[in-house]
Ligand binder design. Structure first.
Ligand code: UN1
Length: 513
C-alpha cells in the first residue's frame, strides 16, 4: 500500500496507531475492547480503535443533550456557515480521505473519491437548505386567526451506517441534521473504524474553531451492542440506520418499543429491465458497473438483469464479453476495475450464493471463484460471476452483497418484465433500458416499478445526492439525502394564533357560558 501513499494519507488525516473510538467533539476517549482494522486490499493492519463502553456512551449522551440546548438556538443559516467550513476541509482533504476509504473498505480509488464528492455535494446542499427550512401557512377557518407550521430541531439524532459507504451515508444524515439544529451521535461500521475516526477528527477541528458546542458531532464505535445502546435510548428521538434488512428489523422493533422514529435504508434487489428497444452499449455499461462496481457491495448494485427473449442472447454475449475485460486487483491501482470484498465472511456469502444458484437449477455462465497468489493475499478478492436463473429461486430473492449477477428472461411486454422486477421483497432501485416512450412511461407509472428509485436509460446505482434516496418494502421506507428528506430531522409544529377578542371554536361548535 505504501507505493499508493497510505501512510501519508493517514498522517494528513491525523490518524494514530491506536485511536480512541469515542468522541464528543474535541474530546476523544475510549475504554472498551480494541478493534483492529485490517485492509481487505493487502491484509495489513491499518490501525486499532478502542470501542465504546456503556460509561463512554453515557458521556456522549450527556454531552449531546447538553450541546443541543445551545446549538438549537443558533440561527439555521449560521449553522449552515459551520457546515460550509466543514466542507472546505472536505475539499482540502478529499484525496487522503478518498484513499483511506479505498484502502479500508476496498472500493476503487475513483469510487473513494466519488464518495467524498458525495459528502461535498450534500454539504453544499445543506448550506443552501439552512435558509430554506420552510413550513407552510394555511388559511384558518376562523375569523381573525392565523395558522402556520414551523420546523424545530428534533434533538439528538442517532446514525448507524454500514461499511460499504463509510463516509457518504454519514454525511447525508449529519450535514442535514446539523443545519436542522440537531446533535448527532454516529456509529460507523466496526469494519471501517479508522475512516469514522478520520471523519470525526475533521468535524471536531472545524467545530472547535467555530465555537460549536461540544456534543454536536459525536462518534461511538463497536458492534451491535453499541447499536443497541442507541436504539433503546429514549434521549434519541430518531435513529437513521443503513444496513441489512435483518439489522433493520431489529432496529425498527427496538425503536418502536419506545415509539421513537426510524429512517431505514436497507437491502435492495435491484434489477435492470432490458427491453427490445434497449441501446445495447448503454445497457452493458450500466449493467456491468452496477453489478461489479464496489465489488457488488452497494445497496443499489445491480443484482438482476431482466432481458426480453428477443434480446437475450445478444445482451448475454455482450455482458459476458465485458466481464472478460475486467481487471481485478488492488483498488488503489487505477488500472483495476474490481477490488476486494470487505472480509472473509463476505467471501463466504458470495460462494454460498454461487453454490445455491446451481443447486436450485441455475447455470453459471461466467465462473466465479476466490483469487489466490500475488496481490490477492488478503483472501478477499473474488471473480465477478454471472448465472442464468429464475426469479423464483430462493437465492435470487435474497440480497447477496457481492458481484453475483442473475440473468432472467421475459417474454411478452413490459408488464411481464415488471411482474418479475417487483416480485421480490426489496424495493430500492430499478431501471429500464428502452427508447420506447410507452414502455418508459409505463415503467414509471403507478402500475410500474414499486421501488424508491426508478431510472430510464441509466443503471440502478450511482444516484445523485439531490434526490431523496431510499426504497420501499423490506428496504425500509426511509428517505435520506436530497429533496425534502430534511423534514425527518425536525419536528413539525402547527401554530394557530387568535388576534381578536372573541374565542370562536373550530368546526363551528357552540359553547356559550
Ligand atoms: C449505499 O449503497 O448504501 O446510489 C448507498 C448509489 C450511491 C449511494 C449508495 N450514491 O449507488
Amino acid at each position: 500500500a505504501e507505493e499508493f501513499g497510505i501512510k501519508q494519507a493517514l498522517k494528513d488525516l491525523g490518524i494514530k496507531d491506536i485511536n480512541e473510538g469515542t468522541s464528543t467533539g474535541k474530546d476523544f476517549f475510549g475504554s472498551g475492547d480494541i478493534i483492529e482494522s485490517y485492509s481487505p486490499v493487502d491484509g495489513a493492519l491499518i490501525g486499532k480503535v478502542k470501542s465504546t463502553t456503556k460509561e463512554d456512551f453515557e458521556k456522549v449522551m450527556t454531552s449531546a443533550t447538553e450541546g443541543f440546548k445551545t446549538w438549537r438556538k443558533m440561527p439555521a443559516p449560521l449553522r449552515g456557515e459551520v457546515v460550509r467550513k466543514f466542507n472546505d476541509e472536505l475539499r482540502r482533504l478529499k484525496e487522503p480521505l478518498g484513499k483511506l476509504v479505498s484502502y479500508e473498505m476496498g472500493k476503487s480509488y475513483q469510487e473513494g473519491l466519488g464518495e467524498v464528492q458525495e459528502m461535498i455535494d450534500i454539504c453544499d446542499f445543506a448550506v443552501g437548505l439552512s435558509r430554506q427550512l420552510h413550513g407552510l401557512t394555511m388559511h384558518s377557518e376562523r375569523p381573525g386567526h392565523r395558522m402556520y407550521e414551523q420546523y424545530h430541531p428534533l434533538g439528538v439524532v442517532g446514525i448507524i451506517s454500514a461499511f460499504n459507504f463509510p463516509v457518504a451515508v454519514w454525511s447525508w444524515n449529519t450535514a442535514l441534521a446539523w443545519v436542522c439544529g440537531d446533535a448527532c451521535v454516529w456509529k460507523g461500521s466496526e469494519k471501517t473504524p479508522i475512516t469514522s475516526v478520520a471523519c470525526q477528527k475533521i468535524a471536531a477541528r472545524v467545530f472547535a474553531e467555530n465555537g460549536v458546542p461540544e456534543g454536536i458531532s459525536c462518534l461511538v464505535t463497536g458492534d451491535y451492542k453499541v447499536g443497541e445502546m442507541m436504539t433503546t435510548d429514549s434521549r434519541i428521538p430518531l435513529i437513521s440506520a443503513t444496513g441489512s434488512t435483518k439489522m433493520g428489523k431489529i432496529v425498527a422493533s427496538k425503536v418502536a418499543e419506545r415509539l421513537g422514529k426510524t429512517l431505514l435504508e436497507l437491502g435492495g434487489n435491484n434489477a435492470i429491465i432490458v427491453t427490445p428497444d434497449a441501446d445495447i452499449k448503454m445497457t452493458v455499461i450500466g449493467a456491468v458497473f452496477g453489478a461489479v462496481g464496489t465489488a457488488g457491495q452497494r445497496c443499489t448494485s445491480t443484482r438482476r438483469l431482466i432481458i426480453h427473449e428477443s434480446m437475450y442472447d445478444k445482451v448475454k454475449d455482450a455482458v459476458v464479453a465485458a466481464y472478460k475485460q475486467l481487471r481485478i486487483g488492488n483498488p488503489l491501482d487505477e488500472n483495476n476495475h474490481v477490488g476486494p470484498l470487505i472480509d472473509k465472511d463476505a467471501v463466504k456469502n458470495y460462494k454460498h450464493a454461487l453454490e445455491e444458484v446451481v443447486k436450485e437449477g441455475g447455470k453459471i455462465i461466467v465462473e466465479g471463484g476466490v483469487l489466490e497468489g500475488k496481490g490477492y493475499e488478503s483472501g478477499c478478492y473474488v471473480k465477478p460471476a454471472i448465472a442464468e436463473a429464475d426469479n423464483s429461486f430462493n437465492i435470487v430473492q435474497h440480497e447477496t452483497f457481492g458481484p453475483v449477477l442473475y440473468l432472467l428472461k421475459y417474454s411478452g411486454n413490459v408488464e411481464d418484465a415488471l411482474e418479475i422486477q417487483n416480485g421480490v421483497r426489496q424495493g430500492l432501485s430499478s431501471a429500464i433500458m428502452t427508447n420506447n416512450l410507452r414502455e418508459a412511461e409505463h415503467f414509471l407509472s403507478v402500475q410500474g416499478s414499486d421501488c424508491g428509485i426508478s431510472n430510464v436509460n441509466i443503471g440502478t446505482s450511482g444516484a445523485e445526492i439531490g434526490g431523496a434516496f431510499g426504497g420501499e418494502k423490506e428496504t425500509g421506507g426511509g428517505r435520506e439525502s436530497g429533496s425534502d428528506a430534511w423534514k425527518v430531522y425536525m419536528r413539525r409544529q402547527t401554530n394557530t394564533i387568535n388576534y381578536t377578542t372573541e374565542l370562536p371554536l373550530a368546526q363551528g361548535i357552540k359553547f356559550d357560558l
